[in-house]
Every structure is written in structure tokens, then in C-alpha cells.
Design a binder for this molecule. Sequence first.
Ligand code: MTA
Ligand code: ZN
Length: 466
Amino acid sequence: MLIAFTGQVALAQYNYRWGNQHRQRVEMIVGGDFVVTMNDAQPVIKNGAVAINNGKIVALDTEDKILAAYRASKRLPGEGKVLMPGLVNGHSHTAMVLFRGLADDLSLQDWLQNYIFPAEGQFVNENFIRVGETLACWEMISGGTTTFVDMYFKPDVAARVVERCGLRAVIAPSSIDFPSPGFRGWDDAFAAAVDFVKRWKGRNPRIIPALAPHAPYTVSPEHLTQAIQAARQYDVPLTIHLAETQTEVQDIQQRYNATPVQHLENLGFLESRVFAAHVVWPNESEIALMAKRGVGVIHNPDSNLKLASGFAPVPAMVQAGIQVGLGTDGAASNNDLDMWEAIRLTALIHKGKSLDPTTLPAKTVLRMATLGGAEALGLADKIGAIKVGLQADLIQVDLTSAHLTPLYDVISHLVYAAKAQDVDTVIVDGQVLMSERQVFTVNTEQIRREAIRIGEQIQAELRPSN
Ligand SMILES: CSC[C@H]1O[C@@H](n2cnc3c(N)ncnc32)[C@H](O)[C@@H]1O
Ligand SMILES: [Zn+2]
């Protein structure tokens, strides 16, 4: 008896001291009943897991094999969950969440000129951005976005919020040819944007500074040229609103005798560091041109529908080989930052428009929301897929709700049935930002109070539009 007991202890000790030694120690192991990788070599792994160390994916395999080869102090089991790359929101003006529902049912021009630009002039300051950006990060983390593009104002404040919230962001202070919050016009706005880029480049791997001239109809050709030259000089991405409405196409045609994409081409503006938002109205030769130049496109279906901008020719752009990602645009034209809605709308509206149900199948659209966006942003060497060597930007989606039961095809469920509220866990750079739907990096109660207060102030002080 005693001998047997001693033997057991010895065996346990052996296992502990030696058995475990065969397993490599990593920071974390995360599982999923399905691991949807966006990696063609092994697209979906059943009962899979990922080993994470130093913020990176170090192994991907079936859970059995991962557990046999690795041990981790932190484990997030995958029962009843999908593990997939975090969503990439390729276009937003994130702090605009504080303008959500302020002005609806308007065309882009009316909305911008008569409501949004005046409201921004009146209310956007550093505190507005701090609160709005934090509120937006809370919303994005809750919905499984791990990387987003923020084309807005006060980038230093935005960047510090993103640092604290733990997300990854391309922060692109926008410059425009007329007064904007804190600036008299293009010159001072653009100088500040360049200064931001210089100070933040290489500072935090999760913050990618970028430049963002607003649009061809609000930025002169000289200033567009200045912007692309600076983007080249500092080797940063550049993003712009492009060919968003028919009004823009007519306006640019009239002013410069060219369609918007061709206008940028004439300025030597189109190259792979550029990614354009919307691109609802390119013609065939402009689509070919963007493909040839490696320009990325971010499709924003909610905003394009709500502002009645139209249906972007996404199937033709994908067919042409353009790197297409998805975005929400700001929450004042959406009215939220929910990438699952962008996914579902993309998978639906182009079928309806083309009268062809095979248009943009589920797999293609899910790829757009992850790897496609990463490619468009020029970040596919770091994020967008579950692959050894990439950053651990991952989400677990809970599969146990009524609307996901039963399950035949996990990709189908993710595209046609899943909701933001199904996201259970969010990991960026190996850091857990949300688990069991609890967000760890945002003081949600405090930010809700502060956002309500700003909303009340806007309600009370907003000058009536003309
Ligand atoms: C100059 S920073 C970005 C600007 O773009 C504006 N904006 C928001 N949504 C859109 C859109 N869909 N098209 C063009 N501009 C937009 C924002 O209100 C902000 O003034
Ligand atoms: Zn926009």
C-alpha cells in the first residue's frame, strides 16, 4: 500500500518535473470547436487551438496536438466557440459615436455641409475625442473588432485611448481645405498631421500613424500631391474618401475634367500604400487602374445605403483583383460600429443588385472582414489570419445561442446569422481585452456617464442648421 502510494507520488512528480518539460511553455492557449483561419493551407480546423507567446501565434493545430506540445498558465477553452481572426474595420470616424442619431435620412452633401461639419466645428475638442474614442473602443471590442482605421481629429488623444483600450488602430488625422476643429485650413491641419506621423511612427506597434486627405472634392490637387509625397517620405499608409457619390463624380468631372479615380491617377496619387473608402462610382477602367496600382478599397455598405450613395461594384472590384476590406464608416451614418452588419449586408445587397445568388459567397465576405481588410491596409504580414508568426489578434464567437443552432456550416453561420453580441472573447497582441463578454480595458460605467453628459450638452447647445 505504502509502496503503491509512494509510487504514485513519484509518478506524479515525474510527470510534473519531466513530462511537462517536454511541453514548451507559452503564455496562452486558446481553443475553438472550429478554428476559422483565413489560411488556405488549413481553412477550418475542428477542435483546434492556438498557442500564443510574446503576443504572437506560435502554433496552430488540433487541440490534442497543441496540448501535447505546449503548456500555458492561461487557457481559454473552445467548447461551443469559433476561434477566428479579429475583425478589421477599414474605415471609420470613431469618435463620431457621440453624433450617433443626430442627423438621419439625409444625402451625404446635405448631412455633411449642414449638420455634421457645423456640429464638429462646435463640439469636437480633446475631451470629445477622449470620451468618443473610448466609447467607440468599448463598442468595437464588444463586437469583435481588433483593428480599425480612425480618420478623424485630435490623433494624439485618440492614440492614447487606443493604447489604453488595447486595440490596434491605423490613426489617420484628416486634413481638409477649410476650417476643421482646431485648425484654420489645410496648411495647419496638414502640418499637424505630418507632425503626428513623425512622432508616432514606430512608437507602438499597435498604433499605425497614417495620413488622410478628406476627399477629392474637399482637397485641392496641390494639397493631394503634398499628402501623397509626405506619405512616401515618411513611409506611412494614406487613406481618402473616393468616388462616394454621383454628385462627387459630376463635381470632379466639372472641376478637373476627369472622374475621381482618374483625377487621382493624373496626380500620381495611386499606389499600394493608398486605401480608399467607399469607391461606389468607379467606371470599368478605374477599377482596372486601382487593381493595377494596388490601391485597396474599403466597402461601407451600411453608410452607402443610409446616405443613399449607391451600391459599390464590389463583385467587379474583387474580380479585378483589388484588395477589398469592409468598414462601418462613422456611427453617424451607420449608426453603429458593428462589423457583423457590414459583413451581412455585403453578402446580401450585391446578390440582390446582381440578381445572382452566387455573388460574393459567405467565404469571400468573411475574408474581406479579416484578411482582405488587412491586405488593403498593408498589414497582412502582421494580422488578418491565424497563421504561425502573425500577431495574436483573435476572437472567440459563442455558438450556443438559439439563432446559431443547429450548425451545418460554420462560415455560413458567421456571415448570415451571427451577431456582434455572440462575440465572447477578444484578444489583441496576445492580451485578453474581453472574456465572457466582460470588457477589461474600458471603465464602461464611467464612459457611459461621460458620453451621456456630452450628449446632453450637444442637445442643449446645438445651433439649428440652416
Ligand atoms: C476631415 S476628418 C473626416 C471627416 O469626414 C467626415 N465624414 C464622415 N463620414 C463621411 C462620409 N461618409 N463621407 C465623407 N466624409 C465623411 C467626418 O464628419 C469628418 O469631418
Ligand atoms: Zn468616411
